[in-house]
Design a protein around this ligand. Structure first.
Ligand SMILES: [Fe+2]
Length: 200
């Protein structure tokens, strides 16, 4: 029998395994997007927590085990194993597997598709916010799309995955971008996304 993994436990695990503030922030940003989509779908509280925690932990082993070619421990195998050892819900473990394309686990559930759609995009939005004095506030899909077309901007973000993620979820790209921006904006304090203007 699996059990729920409470948010506090997930946060403790994340902060134990991840030192990097930017990786922690990425995980929190994905959590924010997952929670927003779970809420929009009208899911019950337990499911919303499951979606949020899955987002929060999807990259929790990336700092310790970044080598995806390490078939034993490489990301995300270590966090999947840890969650299995904790009797986490199998759908959480499976969703984390599906966000790593190279593991070859197809995305089937809404939660899995949402994770893929939110993951690369939220990384890109955080990068966009970082170069604006207003941070995430007032960021528009139009300006995001413009930046997506500049290969040198946030070059580590795979544009194809950003597009494919939204497509896999079956949402309009602009709406998806606006929706995730709003989710991040709502948690801009916690994520430090208010930009230089707020800091000044
Ligand atoms: Fe990620």
């Amino acid at each position: 029998m699996s059990r729920r993994v409470p948010r506090e436990e997930a946060w403790a695990l994340l902060t134990e395994w991840v030192e990097s503030p930017s990786l922690r922030r990425h995980c929190q940003a994905v959590e924010a997007g997952m929670l927003a989509y779970a809420e929009r779908a009208g899911l019950p509280e337990d499911d919303r927590e499951l979606w949020g925690v899955t987002g929060l932990l999807h990259d929790a082993d990336y700092e310790r085990f970044p080598d995806m070619d390490d078939a034993e421990n490489g990301h995300p195998r270590s966090i999947m194993r840890e969650l299995e050892a904790r009797d986490a819900p199998p759908e959480m473990v499976r969703a984390i597997a599906t966000h790593a394309d190279y593991l070859g686990v197809p995305r089937e559930s809404d939660m899995e598709k949402t994770l893929a759609a939110v993951d690369e995009l939220s990384g890109f939005l955080v990068a966009c916010a970082a170069v604006r004095p207003e941070g995430i506030n007032g960021l528009t899909p139009k300006s995001v799309k413009k930046k997506l077309k500049q290969p040198s901007f946030a070059a580590a973000v795979n544009r194809e995955e950003v597009r494919a993620g939204a497509e896999g979820l079956g949402v309009d790209f602009d709406e998806h971008v606006a929706f995730v921006i709003a989710a991040l904006e709502a948690r801009a304090d916690e994520l430090g996304l208010h930009g230089a203007e707020a800091a000044a």
